[in-house]
Design a protein. Structure first.
Length: 282
C-alpha cells in the first residue's frame, strides 16, 4: 500500500500547470540556474492581434499604451458613463472593477489581503506552485489558514471579469517586453535579474546552508515582491537576500506599466520557489 506520508503537506502535492514543465522542477533552484523560457499555453495564440500590434512598437512606452488599451477593450475595463448604467445589469455595472490594475494595487497595499490571495491562486493555477504563506504559514491541510486562503482567492471582490485571463496576458506581455527591450546591465545578467528581498521570517524559509555563513537556500512563497537595490529591500526586513531571478519568473518590473500601479516604484513581482541566496543581516 502506498504511503500517505506527506499527503496533508501541500508543498509535496503533485500539481499540474499550463507552462509545460514539471512543477517540481519549476519550483527548484535547478530551474533558476537554467532559466528556460516559459509561456502560458494558448495565451499568445488566442490574442494574435495584440502581439502583432506590440511587434510594431518602437519602444516600451508605446507598447504599454497598446497593451493597456487592448485590455481595456477586451475586458470592458472602462467605467461606464452615467447614461450607460440604465441599460446594464448589476453585474455589468461593476464588471470594470475586476481589473489587473486594481489587483496589483491591492497586492501593493497588502500581499496577504484578498488581492494577494487571488494572485497566489493564479500562480497556483497557471504554474502549479502551491503558496506557503497567506496571513499565516500554509503548512498542513486542512487548517484555518488554508480555509481563509481558499475563501479569499475565490472572493468576487477581485476574482471576477476573467481576472486569470487578464493576468495571463500581463505575464506574456512582461515576457515579450523583456525579450524585446531588455533591462540594462548590471541589473539584467543574461536570462537573470539581480534582485534583493528583505525578510524577517528567515528561519521558516531556510532549507539548507547557514545564515551565519551567508550562503543558503530558502523557499519563498509562490509569488513574492523583490527590490532593485539592497537599500530598498532592507526596509522590509532585518535580513536581506541577494539572488538571481530568472527572467521567465517575472510578472511585473518597474517601467512595464503606465501610471502608479504598485506602492513601491522599484518593486518587482516574480514567482517564488526554492532559491540560492546570499544573506546578510542589516
Amino acid at each position: 500500500m502506498a504511503s500517505d506520508e506527506g499527503l496533508d503537506q501541500p508543498p509535496r502535492w503533485t500539481s499540474t500547470n499550463l507552462v509545460g514543465v514539471p512543477t517540481a522542477w519549476l519550483a527548484s533552484a535547478g530551474f533558476n540556474q537554467r532559466a528556460p523560457e516559459l509561456h502560458i499555453a494558448g495565451t499568445r495564440e488566442t490574442q494574435p492581434g495584440l502581439f502583432a500590434l506590440l511587434d510594431r512598437c518602437n519602444d516600451l512606452t508605446e507598447a504599454r499604451e497598446v497593451f493597456v488599451h487592448h485590455l481595456s477593450i477586451a475586458f470592458g475595463l472602462r467605467p461606464p458613463e452615467r447614461h450607460e448604467l440604465d441599460g446594464l445589469g448589476t453585474a455589468e455595472q461593476r464588471r470594470w472593477r475586476g481589473s489587473w490594475r486594481r489587483l496589483l494595487q491591492g497586492w501593493g497595499m497588502d500581499a496577504n489581503g484578498a488581492a494577494g490571495a487571488v494572485l497566489k491562486g493564479w500562480v497556483e493555477s497557471r504554474f502549479g506552485l502551491v503558496p506557503t504563506f497567506h496571513k499565516a504559514p500554509l503548512a498542513r491541510f486542512p487548517s484555518p489558514a488554508w480555509i481563509t486562503y481558499l475563501e479569499e482567492k475565490a472572493s468576487s471582490r477581485h476574482h471576477s471579469n476573467n481576472i486569470h485571463q487578464q493576468l495571463d496576458l500581463l505575464y506574456e506581455f512582461c515576457q515579450w517586453a523583456l525579450a524585446r527591450f531588455p533591462l540594462p546591465a548590471p541589473q539584467m545578467q543574461g536570462r537573470h535579474l539581480r534582485l534583493w528581498r528583505g525578510s524577517n521570517r528567515v528561519e521558516e524559509q531556510l532549507l539548507s546552508g547557514s545564515l551565519r555563513g551567508r550562503q543558503c537556500r530558502v523557499r519563498l512563497n509562490n509569488v513574492v515582491s523583490f527590490s532593485l537595490s539592497p537599500e530598498d529591500a532592507s526596509c522590509f526586513g532585518d535580513w536581506v537576500f541577494e539572488l538571481l531571478v530568472p527572467r521567465s519568473k517575472l510578472l511585473v518590473f518597474p517601467g512595464l506599466l503606465p501610471g502608479h500601479v504598485l506602492q513601491g516604484e522599484q518593486e518587482v513581482i516574480a514567482l517564488g520557489g526554492d532559491y540560492d541566496v546570499v544573506a546578510r543581516y542589516e
